[in-house]
Design a protein around this ligand. Structure first.
Ligand code: NAP
Length: 323
């Protein structure tokens, strides 16, 4: 490390060898994740750092922001930003960028993979064939039709809209719940989530995580979705009351669940492992080579844009106050 105040960028988390090398080739970077005492390193070396690079996994705390007195922008990897202290950033006038749009298609694809996995039992069928039960037992149990059904979406944003577009290909009726109806949306707006769940055959969760959406999908919503209903969650585990979900599945009050995210991930409720009506993925909605490359490129472009033009390409919210 060179002297105090020398670093232009504080990199809180690694975003992969290629990104790290490109960033270090262009800027003077303090690699915080390599520091044994990160807060100490910030206090000693981040006095002049104008930009922080982080991720939704690593986040950015109020304390970290306080220790970067010259900080003007935080460029984060991931579209969710509930782990960054946006209030602390806004109070200091620190702008935040995320990586929207580039991951919509892959996350929507995975929502459909999970819905089809639960409804058509594809993971179970795969085991059935590979373990020889096709030969020993014979016909596979009947599953649930997907095409032509009613699809409810909690969170008709960028990813929700991509999920809905795919639903048209399955000849589905589509409804959604947001806090506000979208005048530009061709789909049915349902102001109450429980009513949407009552109407829908399948409910896909695609809203942001964080305190404001914690347990929006509760026992009442699951009961409304019903014994033939299927819940898919590609948003955040915290949006679904997992204890209520387990209880509803055990009681047969809900037909099934496809989950890319869990409330206490990577901890997996033991019961889910033994339920054929539950399909699980390890939080990989955006995890394709193509999309991950697009996300890291967008972080890089935001950093460069801020240094060259003083603007972020994909800011999440205007900063209030500060310089
Ligand atoms: P977005 O464009 O901001 O859309 C979010 C939507 O949720 C908006 O339409 C918003 O509408 C709605 N919403 C927000 N709060 C709500 C509430 N309390 N009740 C009902 N609706 C609410 O976000 P996005 O880019 O589609 O991303 C959505 C989320 O997907 C991210 O925040 C992230 O958590 C998750 N995600 C997961 C993965 C994965 O790997 N599984 C990958 C990427 C993203 P209103 O403002 O009108 O309420």
């Amino acid at each position: 490390m060179s002297g105090a105040g020398a670093y232009e960028v504080v990199q809180v988390a690694t975003l992969g060898e290629d990104f790290d090398a490109r960033l270090a080739a262009r800027f003077r970077v303090l690699p915080l994740w390599q520091c044994a005492e990160p807060l100490e390193a910030l206090a000693q070396h981040a006095g002049a750092s104008r930009v922080a690079v982080t991720s939704v996994r690593a986040g950015l705390s109020r304390r970290q922001i306080e220790l970067m007195p010259a900080l003007q922008a935080a460029c984060s990897w991931g579209v969710g930003y509930e782990t960054l202290d946006v209030d602390a950033a806004a109070q200091r006038g620190v702008l935040i960028s995320n990586t929207p749009d580039v991951l919509d298609d892959c996350v929507a694809d995975l929502a459909w993979a999970l819905l089809l996995a639960v409804a058509r039992q594809t993971a179970v069928g795969d085991r059935y064939v590979k373990e020889g039960q096709w030969r020993s037992i014979g016909a596979f149990p009947l599953s649930t039709r997907v095409s032509g059904k009613k699809l409810g979406i909690l969170g008709m944003g960028r990813i929700g809209a991509a999920i809905a577009r795919r639903g048209a290909g399955f000849d589905m009726e589509i409804g959604y719940n947001n806090r506000h109806a979208r005048p530009d949306s061709p789909y049915r707006y349902v102001a109450s989530l429980a009513e949407l769940a009552q109407w829908a055959d399948f409910l896909v969760v695609a809203c942001p995580g964080g305190a404001a959406t914690r347990h929006l999908v509760d026992a009442d919503v699951l009961r409304a979705l019903g014994p033939r209903g299927i819940l898919v969650n590609i948003a955040r585990g915290t949006v679904v009351d997992e204890a209520a979900l387990e209880a509803a599945l055990r009681a047969g009050e809900l037909g099934g669940a496809g989950l890319d995210v869990l409330e206490h991930e990577p901890a997996v409720p033991e019961a889910f492992k033994n339920m054929d009506q539950v399909a699980l993925m390890p939080h990989v909605g955006s995890a394709t080579r193509e999309t991950r490359a697009g996300m890291t490129q967008l972080v890089f472009d935001n950093v460069v844009s801020f240094f060259e033009h003083g603007i972020l390409l994909t800011p999440v919210a205007p900063a209030r106050g500060g310089a």
